[in-house]
Design a protein around this ligand. Sequence first.
Ligand code: 5CA
Length: 439
Amino acid sequence: MRVSRSFLPTLRETPAEAQIVSHRYMLRAGLVRQQAAGIYSWLPLGHRVLRKIEQIVREEQDRAGAIELLMPTLQAADLWRESGRYDAYGKEMLRIKDRHERDLLYGPTNEEMITEIFRSAVRSYKDMPRILYHIQWKFRDEIRPRFGVMRGREFLMKDSYSFDLDAAGARHSYNKMFVAYLRTFARMGLKAVPMKADTGPIGGDLSHEFIVLADTGESQVYCHKDLVDMAVPENVDFDGDLEPYIKQRTSLYAATDEKHDAEAFAKIPADKQLAARGIEVGHIFYFGTKYSKPMNAKVTNQSGEDVLVEMGSYGIGVSRLMGAIIEASHDDAGIIWPESVAPYRVGLISLKADDPKTRQVCEDLYQKLSAAGVEVLYDDTDERAGAKFSTFDLIGLPWQVLVGPRGLANNQVEIKNRKTGERQHLAPEAALNLFTRRA
Ligand code: 5CA
């Protein structure tokens, strides 16, 4: 993408309403624009990051055996009357009437709808177990939307739902999502710790929140320090026994405020106690027959008996993750994107757009990098170099390639690593090789 043809509305001033660094940088780097309290447009750069986060979530869901579908944002109130949650959900639910005066709602979550889909299609143990998921916008009329996309009213969620014949099967599905989540967050450069959590309006009695530690987080959490840097499971057989992965973590103390047990926490050696703030990026629930019972979702088991399906649900805050990643990875100059979610991998910066040689080398690098599949944002404008440096530091692409007449006099371009600040001076062909030769 050429900056001269792009839509990158960055801001020089720090918007007064933004209290935390991720919100400030998201507005300043032109990732999002607020349209109403807790409701955002995703501008081109932010949209690219959102799609990348979504894709990592999708790949790890698929790897764990979950199946993607897509449900609508609007739901019929009658469905929620079946489970009893239409009245129970309260003011957080956005209720709408259509032209026929029928009650609709903008989905805050999808347990009812997925249970309806499942019960209408599956009758037999032969089609079990299954985990279904979608990545779809949700609306919750939060009383205090804040911190930008962290606590929005409209937000993007990945929500999965598992269907099993019995409690043991449901536990295995829960474990699958538990392990998939560890991998998902690690791929985004995040250290997310699973912690015992409250179930709130979703219900059930087994639940973990996945928490990214950050001083600006909304949750107060307590855990054993060793959980923070624990290695992420690799080469997992999702059909095999997953309990060891789970036990390795749940045998150490970790709980959110609501589930905190001060006595148990005090038993952790003092130097391993961690009381901190954190961001909830995921939340998983096992709630058995809470929805299948009122909604009469039954299947025939191997013995020919009709049994209620055992269910769980598993959420990831896809849009919230963008804020969490920035909270975890930034400096005073701006965002530092991990390569896996960066909107572009390389920023190619022309230091003198009207110099013919500079232009020629930039154009050549841009063509060749693009042809090799490297995502490049090429600043071909005649803006002064200093302004370009600060914009590129702000938007945080992992690599900058600086091309100008002074370097080219020695046949060199400069490569800057945004994270380490390291600079290398290379011939243009060597710079090209650096990015096109990929493991
Ligand atoms: N049905 C279950 C699991 S699919 C559910 O809705 N769980 S939840 O309420 O915990 O939400 C799942 C995830 O969505 C949370 O862990 C959080 O990361 C994200 N989330 C929840 N509310 C918001 C919000 N207001 N703004 C941004 N993200 C949110």
